[in-house]
Design a protein around this ligand. Structure first.
Ligand code: ADP
Length: 332
């Protein structure tokens, strides 16, 4: 997923920091091994790789892995996304211009329109599409052969993908949040590339506040770098890192402003819940999808928020984190 809109310099840096092959890709041991095997086998067979689906919260490496698939297969990469494909014709235009073996990356694939999705089924399975010409009784389907290609789909919501689409992927990788130790490795690699000096404690401080997410780790590293530059600090230690990150409202547990406002709304406006997702989203002024895919997975993993059949609830750790006492009548 592209993530929040970044400044051009930030985007350039993000691109520069992307690992270029599976060996440089930190963590996600299982996905890396499984994907490595899929790619090695297709290289031996001399065929394009099976279609691959990557699922998981934003910033965990789905786009990076798509780029790695193309690089490892020595194939060109085409990038598009579900929201950009609103008509079957949009997809037909992309598919018909692919070259043999090309890797097609479709980000947010769950947001593609239904007719395009149906066209994709046939393309994935038979490397063929039917282009419909004309309307009503006079409409005819013109079959179009496609070169064999590898589709890499990415989604933050694997559950929303219709079964027939999910079944057409030969391999699905579920990306998990990263451990603090893994994020330290990501940060060490990035600091090396940006020529920055940090103490071990400096690395741990940033890693611990990165919400289990490499994109956030790299972003926080750049903010700490700015702080150190302005304050004339050459070697970044834990105190410098925490002073900088406090200023950017990233708290010691890594919660950002959206995370905290979700918890605060739950606790202050709904007495800890249960409350429905859309009501909660309105209370924080965000789209339900943003709350569900960006904030919730991390809050759930941290044991701060619970999802129940009756709605979202604040768990005892959430009250504690906000420095509040949980009232006796709260549900948790
Ligand atoms: P997604 O597509 O899942 O939103 P990206 O692939 O765009 O995430 O990753 C965001 C950034 O995080 C990339 O610029 C990359 O530098 C970094 N990154 C992601 N995964 C890893 C990893 N496993 N090791 C090192 N850096 C990573």
């Amino acid at each position: 997923m592209a993530g929040p809109v970044a400044e051009p310099e930030e985007r350039e840096l993000e691109a520069a920091l992307r690992p270029k092959n599976l060996d440089d890709f930190v963590g996600q041991e299982r996905v890396r091994k499984q994907l490595g095997l899929v790619l090695a086998a297709s290289k031996i067979r001399g065929r394009s790789a099976d279609h691959v689906l990557m699922s998981g919260p934003p910033g965990l490496g789905k786009t990076t892995l798509a780029m790695i698939v193309a690089a490892e297969m020595n194939a060109p990469l085409r990038i598009s996304s579900g929201p950009a494909i609103q008509h079957a014709g949009d997809l037909a235009a992309i598919l018909s211009s692919l070259t043999e073996g090309e890797v097609l990356f479709l980000d947010e694939i769950h947001r593609m329109s239904r007719p395009a999705e149906e066209m994709l089924y046939m393309a994935m399975e038979d490397f063929r599409v039917d282009i419909i010409v004309g309307k009503g009784a006079g409409a005819t389907a013109i079959p179009l052969e496609l070169p064999s290609f590898t589709l890499v789909g990415a989604t933050t919501r694997a559950g929303l993908l219709p079964g027939p689409l999910r079944d057409r992927f030969g391999f699905t990788g579920h990306l998990e949040f990263y451990s603090v130790a893994e994020l330290e490795l990501v940060l060490r690699r990035s600091a090396g590339m940006l020529d920055l000096r940090l103490t071990s404690a400096g690395f741990s401080e940033i890693a611990g506040r990165s919400r289990g997410t490499p994109r956030i780790a790299n972003r926080l590293l750049r903010r700490v770098r700015d702080w150190a530059l302005v304050h004339g600090i050459e070697s970044i230690d834990a105190r410098t890192a925490s002073a900088a990150l406090d200023m950017y409202e990233v708290d010691a547990r890594g919660l950002d402003r959206l995370d905290r406002s979700v918890l605060q709304a739950l606790v202050n406006k709904f007495n800890g819940g249960p409350v429905g997702l859309s009501t909660l989203a309105i209370a924080v002024g965000e789209e339900p999808e943003t709350v569900e895919t960006v904030a919730e997975p991390f809050l759930v993993r941290e044991g701060l928020l619970g999802r129940t059949p009756r709605g979202r609830i604040a768990l005892p750790a959430a009250w504690e984190h906000l420095g509040l006492k949980m009232p006796g009548n709260a549900v948790a």
